[in-house]
Ligand binder design. Structure first.
Ligand SMILES: *Cc1c(COP(=O)(O)O)cnc(C)c1O
Length: 420
């Protein structure tokens, strides 16, 4: 099944929620167990469900790949938080991307921001091509999109903020042009979470998440989700979800749903912490520059102001350190609260050096063209205390500036590995 040729009568929107985000996070998709009254849903491990006569299941379920109570409830919660009529959960963020791309007809053309997530770039260039879907990358989609559209362009792929330089895209501006040509707009909203940004409200047709990051938020589940308003998209993507079978387990859906219930609290703390850390870094003579959408110095600060909840910057930032790549490595080894690791969006704060870790697979020239210099450090702020995180960053900067070259060297990620 493929996405429709000219899909863009705007589908009806989800009804405006009566309740605020926190109330929805706690209650959407969380019915009490009708039999026991349990306030928290049980984990439904059964793979199959009894039928009273042939083709007449007792309840809503037949077979767990097709649908499962825990996945259903999680999907309802994600839909509520993204102001969507529908959501679907997948086994990973990458499987979500694959399902969306798989829904395009052979010969389709896609336009993508160039500093897209590494795994998405790999899927676009190494997998989509094999069913004859071609992707054009652009560093400045807001201005270049009109020139890049071809008759066979079917999809625009946006990440805002981008990884790891945190540059923003005006979603409304891109969606307005795309819709004039009958093109769907997808936004990967992983870096901000639905608490900080709701792309469907700015004209996007599909929002995707690596649930692995903020939505689950506890660094213990790999999962993905897509949310949208169109019944047509729902029919096509749920058909593929079942046909391809890249579905999360009941246990993972249950865990991710538990994580989602505190998303608003975590996202607020992470933003507060990142704002404190970014401000301290910007004031330090040991720092060349800071990329954080919550700082007035950010080149697209005005986009953050109109597109993010209360202009929040989110929990992610990156900065260039004085002293080159060695100083960046020393910094990441000198932090005591921030753990040196890939991934993001969990309760714990993390640091990494993109040029040697998450983005090592990209050629140096292409990397630097999008601002990923060897001295760039990426920071994911967790929900520890702001004062402790700021103090940790400042002491690590001093150490990185003072100490001689480290000998160990960070591991260099192999090409083709997963990079979060
Ligand atoms: C991690 C990530 C993905 C991929 O998600 P997985 O759950 O690791 O498959 C996609 N997009 C962004 C922005 C990510 O950070």
């Amino acid at each position: 099944m493929t996405l429709p040729e000219h899909p863009i009568e705007t589908p009806p929107r989800a009804p405006s929620p009566v309740h605020g985000f926190g109330t929805l996070a706690v209650h959407a998709g969380s019915p009490h167990d009708p039999v026991t009254g349990a306030v928290i849903e049980p984990i439904s491990l059964s793979t199959t469900f009894a039928q009273t006569s042939v083709g007449k299941p007792v309840g809503l379920y037949e077979y767990s790949r097709s649908s499962n109570p825990n996945r259903d409830n999680f999907e309802k919660a994600v839909a509520a938080l993204e102001h969507a009529r529908y959501a679907l959960a997948f086994s990973s963020g990458s499987a979500t991307t694959a399902n969306v791309l798989q829904s395009l007809a052979q010969g389709s053309h896609v336009i993508s921001v160039s500093d897209v997530y590494g795994g998405t770039h790999r899927y676009f260039t190494k997998v989509a091509l094999t069913h004859n879907v071609h992707v054009t990358f652009t560093p400045n989609i807001g201005d270049s999109i009109a020139d890049l559209i071809r008759p066979e362009t079917k999809l625009i792929w946006i990440e805002s903020p981008s990884n790891p330089t945190l540059s923003l895209v005006d979603i409304r501006k891109v969606a307005t042009i795309a819709h004039q040509h009958g093109i769907l707009v997808v936004v990967d909203n992983t870096f901000l979470s639905p608490y900080v940004q709701n792309p469907l409200d700015h004209g996007a047709d599909i929002v995707v998440h690596s649930v692995t990051k903020y939505i689950n938020g506890h660094s213990d589940v790999v999962m993905g989700a897509a949310a949208f308003n169109s019944t047509d998209i729902y029919e096509r993507l749920s058909f593929l979800q079942n046909a391809i079978g890249a579905i999360p387990s009941a246990f993972d859906a249950w865990l991710a749903h538990r994580g989602l219930k505190t998303l608003h609290l975590r996202a607020r703390e992470a933003t507060k912490n990142a704002t404190g850390v970014a401000t301290a870094l910007e004031a330090s003579p040991l720092v060349i520059s800071v990329n954080y959408p919550g700082l007035p110095s950010h080149p697209q600060y005005s986009i953050a102001q109109k597109q993010h909840r209360d202009g929040m910057g989110g929990g992610m930032l990156s900065f260039r350190i004085q002293g080159g790549h060695e100083a960046a490595e020393r910094f990441c080894q000198a932090t005591k609260i921030f753990t040196l690791a890939e991934s993001l969006g969990g309760i714990e704060s993390l640091v990494e050096v993109p040029s040697a870790m998450t983005h090592a697979g990209i050629a140096k020239e292409a990397r630097e063209a999008s601002g990923v210099f060897d001295d760039l450090v990426r920071v994911s702020c967790g929900i520890e205390d702001e004062a402790d995180l700021v103090a940790d960053v400042l002491q690590a900067l001093e150490k990185a500036a003072a100490e001689p070259k480290v000998s160990s060297g960070l591991k260099v990620a192999e090409n083709g590995r997963d990079h979060a």
